[in-house]
Each structure stands twice: as C-alpha cells, then as structure tokens.
Design a protein around this ligand. Structure first.
Ligand code: ADP
Length: 465
C-alpha cells in the first residue's frame, strides 16, 4: 500500500521527461510569484490581500520545488484539483487587483501551459474551462466598465487559443519524446546484442588458442619423450636377444610392457594434438567417444574415477566435424572428472532415437546448484578457481552449429547428466527407400560402427590401462 508521502508526491512513473516537464512547471511558478510580487506592491490596489494570496502561492511552490528536487511530483495524481486551486487563486488576485483587466488574468495562461506540459490533453482542456469559469465569475463581483466586455472577450479567446496551441505542442513534444525513447531502447538492445556477439567470438578465439597451445605442448612433449624412448626400446630389444637368467628376463619383460604403455600414451597424445580439421564428414559416435576418453583419462584425477563408455556399434553416423565432436565429449568428461571425487563414477552413453543420436555424460558428482544453472553456458562463467568458463560455452556453440542441442539435468549432491542430441546422418537410400550400396563413409572407408566389434564397455579405472 502506498505511504502517505507516496500519495502526496508520487515518483514519476514515466521516463525522465515527466521530471523535466515538472521542472518547467516549477520555473513558471517561481516566475509568476516574482512578477506577481512586483505587480502587487507597485499597483494602486491594496497590496495586503494580494500578498497573502501570493504567500499561499509561495508555500505551494516551495513544497512543489522541494519534492521536485527529491525526484517527486507534488500532487501528481490530483492535476484537476491543482488546476481548480490555481483558477481560484488567479481569480482572487484579479478580484483584488482591478478586476477584469487585471494583469493577473495572464496567469491563467501560465496555469494552462503548466497543465499542458505535464498532463494528457484532457487536463489542460478542463483547466481552460475552470479558468474561463473563474474569470467569468468576476462579472458578478467587480464593477464592469464598458470597455471590460472587450477585454473579457479577448481574454477568453486568448485562453482558448493558448489551450489549443499548448495541447498541440505538448502532444508533438510527447510523441517526439516517445519516439526518441523507443529509438534509444532499440539502440541499447542492438548494442547489447553486438557486445554479446563480440564477447562470444572473443571467447571462442581464446578457447581455440588454448586448445592450439595445448596441442603444441602435447606434440612437443611427445617428441621430446619419444626420442629417448626409442633409444631405450632399442637397448631393451638388444638385451632381450642376449642369453639372460630368469630374473633379468622377467624384469625385462616388465620394462617392455611399460615401454609399450608409454608409447600408446604418446600415440594418443599425438593423435589428439594434431591440428584440428574443419572438414565435415560422417563421424562415428563410437570413434568420437573413444578418442575423447583416450586422452581424458590422463587428466588430473581421471585415473581415480571409474569411467565407462557404452556406445552401440550400430548407431547411425553423425554428419559433422570429427575434431569438434571429440572436443564436446572431451570437455564434458573433464567437467565430470572435476565434479566427482576420488572413486567417482562417470558414464558415457550413446543412443539413437528418431533420427537423432544422443550422447550423454553422467556423473555422480557434486551436482549443479539451481542458481548456477542459468549461467552455465555463458562465456567465462566458472566456479572453479582455475577454470576458464569456456568449456560449456564452446560445447553449445559446436553442438548448435551441428544442428543439435545440449540439455542438463542435475541434482545437487547426486550428480549431473549432460545430454547432447545431434541429428544423425540421413541414410543413403534410393527412391524406393532402401540402401543398395555398401555401408561406407564419405571417404569410401567403412564407417567405424561396421568395422569394429559390437558395444564395448570401456572401464578406465585405476590399473585398467
Ligand atoms: P570451466 O570448466 O572452466 O569452469 P565450463 O564452461 O566447462 O568452464 O563449466 C562452467 C561451470 O559449470 C563450471 O565451473 C562448473 O561450476 C559447472 N559444471 C560444468 N559441468 C559440471 C558437472 N558435470 N558437474 C557440476 N558442475 C559442472
């Protein structure tokens, strides 16, 4: 419920325009008071009643000004009451100062202009009626000289004339202000859109740079480690050909096994860090998941989580850029590793449904609080001390560029599932509706699903490498 103060002097509901109109009205009032004081105290009439009326006017103007300076409009919701009060005051001023030809009769014009700049046309029109009525009642209370009829007729015509002009002018000004405000709003919206686009492309570039730097680093490490590894392998092979005792041979077999493991890791690093291609093709979901997991398992903490993959072999291929799709799964799995503790579980699954393939990455980690969820995909949004906040943003961009969508379900404390739904490649069918050609990829290779044995459940838990 509005307080007494809010009712007495409400804040403007419109734009700054309303306050600016009020500032014009306040200036007009002060001008009227100063000129009124001069007229009242220099004319032949008794100045006492005139000064009392002007003092009441002064009190009103002081209140009006004080509220205006606090961003409020005094008696804003009572415009007709204010008009009636002004009509009464001006009529009294005229009554005590010469009657029908009093210079105070011009104050009716000021009152009209104030009403027109501040209120809808209805208010100045009624104010004009009240002023005409007030002025006309003087006929009954003051002596009327023959010339007064002319003065009165002229004053009434001027009142009507000024009312029409002020209403038209105020309407024009208000329309211009509304158009300006609409233009400003449009401009602000466009600036906000452009700023967001700019921020997003900056974020994309930053992420690409980060991935390129990572690739360069990985390739460098692979190269630096690869050379000594080749020498060690050669020495081990040389030793292996010698006549060795049982103990040494057993240890050498162990070393050979570990060397092979390091070589696999390096191969995976090199595969992952090769320059990204933007070539579109028919991509196997299984291959995408395999590649993403092969590298994600080396991420900090990756080995102390149980990561499983269940990607059926007969999934339709995905039309798109392979490296980008790998990046999507890779980022989702890294986030899942971050969200889970030691011994946490991460399940990567893929299913085909209604012309789409859904890739889901589910974890039993910390979950996402409800207040964080709306901000997840914004660039630079992160809750991690060393996060970049670009992972999910880039994921959404890639997925949308592939005609898909990303959804997230999360229960704080119980885990999170990200679901990426991508359109599957249209089967190469002829007009009769069945495919006569062998199932081959864009490059003539058999699609991955046809090459490999059926679904693998890849357990990447400690010691499974
Ligand atoms: P970053 O990983 O650098 O923080 P992302 O865009 O990948 O950037 O993630 C943004 C935020 O989303 C993370 O900081 C985290 O708060 C939240 N988030 C993403 N994935 C998960 C998840 N699986 N579980 C809980 N929170 C997550």
């Amino acid at each position: 419920m509005p307080s007494f103060l809010d009712r007495l002097a409400p804040r403007p509901t419109g734009s700054q325009i309303e306050l600016q109109a009020e500032s014009i009205a306040v200036s007009i009032r002060w001008f009227g008071l100063v000129v009124g004081a001069v007229v009242a105290n220099s004319a032949g009439a008794d100045p006492l009643p005139l000064n009392i009326i002007l003092l009441l006017g002064l009190a009103y103007t002081v209140l009006d000004t004080a509220f205006f300076l606090r961003g409020r409009v005094f008696l804003r919701d009572l415009p007709l009451g204010v008009s009636a009060l002004e009509a009464l005051f001006i009529t009294l001023l005229c009554y005590f100062e010469h009657g029908l030809d009093s210079p105070f009769r011009f104050y009716y014009l000021l009152s009209l202009v104030c009403g027109a700049v501040r209120h809808p046309p209805r208010v100045p029109l009624i104010t004009c009626g009240l002023n005409c009525l007030g002025y006309s009642t003087l006929l009954f209370f003051v002596p009327v000289a023959p010339n007064d009829w002319r003065v009165m007729a002229f004053t009434l015509v001027v009142l009507l004339w000024v009312t029409a002009a002020a209403v038209a002018l105020a309407r024009l000004l208000k329309r211009a202000a509304a158009e300006l405000a609409a233009g400003k709003e449009q401009l602000e919206t466009r600036i906000a859109e452009r700023t967001q686009e700019l921020e997003e492309s900056q974020a994309q570039v930053l992420h690409q740079e980060k991935m390129a730097a990572f690739g360069l680093l990985a390739a460098g490490i692979a190269h630096e480690v690869g050379n000594p590894l080749t020498s060690i392998s050669a020495v081990v092979q040389m030793l292996d050909r010698r006549d060795l005792d049982g103990y040494t041979r057993e240890k050498l077999t162990l070393v050979t096994g570990q060397l092979a493991r390091i070589q696999t890791i390096l191969r995976e690093l090199v595969t992952f860090s090769r320059p990204a291609t933007h070539e579109r093709g028919r991509v196997s979901a299984r291959e995408v998941v395999d590649e993403a997991l092969s590298i994600a398992k080396y991420y900090r903490g990756g080995k102390s989580r149980t990561i499983t993959a269940d990607v059926p072999a007969d999934l339709p291929p995905l039309p798109g850029v392979r490296d980008q799709l790998v990046q999507v799964v890779f980022n989702l799995v890294l986030n899942a590793i971050d969200a889970t503790g030691k011994g946490g579980r991460i399940d990567v699954t893929a299913t085909a449904n209604d012309g789409h393939v859904e890739l889901a990455v589910a974890d039993d980690g910390a979950g996402i609080p409800a207040d964080v969820r709306p901000r997840l995909f914004r660039p630079y949004f992160t809750t991690k001390p060393h996060g970049t906040g670009l992972g999910l943003f880039v994921i959404r961009r890639i997925v949308e560029a592939h005609g898909g969508r990303v959804a997230v379900e999360s229960a704080p404390g119980a885990g999170t599932t990200f679901r990426v739904t991508l359109p599957a490649a249209v089967p190469r069918a002829d007009a009769l509706g069945y495919d006569r050609r062998p199932l081959r990829g864009e490059d003539g290779e058999l699609p991955f699903a046809a090459e490999r044995p059926a679904a693998v459940a890849q357990g990447v838990s400690p010691g499974t490498q």
